[in-house]
Design a protein. Structure first.
Lengths: 109, 112
């Protein structure tokens, strides 16, 4: 079967750094996506990795290791508005997205 | 309109009733998708369409049907609603199946 694993919830402090991990087992791999979803809202696209390594975009970075079936999303200089759920999704051999259940990130002052 | 719109925003429905959720995008995206999101579970694909005139089944298609008569619209129909279809439904689109997906605001559906 196909499986995406993420921690259910994480807590971090405003101004700090947090790393959200995602491990996957899917039938084929054609890229990994990270989305942000604020409570009661739609998911919005954050990042995309298809090759191994780190992709940096402002305060957010995403890392991929295809051999380990592993990715992480790194958020720096945390702000209160970063409180949200972060969804990891893998595009499989049929080019469909398989989604993790999401990690709820709580930012404390 | 800009992006993707969904209607209604929320709906309470009696079991056994027929219901159509509407989705319209103005980005001229080829691919469109319907997901349901339930607490503790990831988004699950119901149906998709890679281009106007074609549709395909996702992970959880039973009890749902779709049509794609044109590029902009992708309605989802529940022929006879059941309580297990209580969920938040998101429509999404992408330029092609290889691109990132953009989501509509969602429809919160309760089936009693």
């Amino acid at each position: 079967g196909q499986n995406i694993d993420q921690p259910t919830e994480m807590t971090a402090t405003e101004g700090a750094i947090v790393q959200i991990n995602c491990t996957y087992q899917t039938s084929g791999f054609n890229g990994l996506f990270w989305y942000q979803q604020h409570a009661g809202e739609a998911p919005t696209f954050l990042s995309y990795n298809v090759l191994d390594g780190l992709e940096e975009k402002g305060r957010f970075s995403s890392f991929l290791s295809r051999s380990k079936g592993y990715s992480y999303l790194l958020l720096k200089e945390l702000q209160m508005k970063d409180s949200a759920s972060y969804l990891c999704a893998v595009r499989d051999s049929n080019y469909q997205l398989i989604w993790g259940a999401g990690t709820k990130l709580i930012i404390k002052p | 309109i800009a992006g993707i719109t969904q209607a209604p925003t929320s709906q309470i429905l009696a079991a056994g009733r027929r219901m159509t959720l509407r989705c319209t995008q103005d980005m001229r995206h080829n691919a469109m998708y319907w997901y349901r999101q339930d607490l503790g579970l990831g988004l699950r694909l119901i149906h998709y369409s890679n281009t106007a005139g074609t549709t395909g089944k996702g992970e959880v298609p039973d009890g749902y049907s779709v049509s794609r008569a044109n590029t902009d619209d992708f309605p989802l129909t529940l022929a006879s609603a059941v309580p297990s279809q209580t969920s938040v439904y998101f429509c999404a689109s992408s330029a092609a199946s290889v691109n990132e997906q953009f989501f509509g605001p969602g429809t919160r559906l309760t089936v009693l």
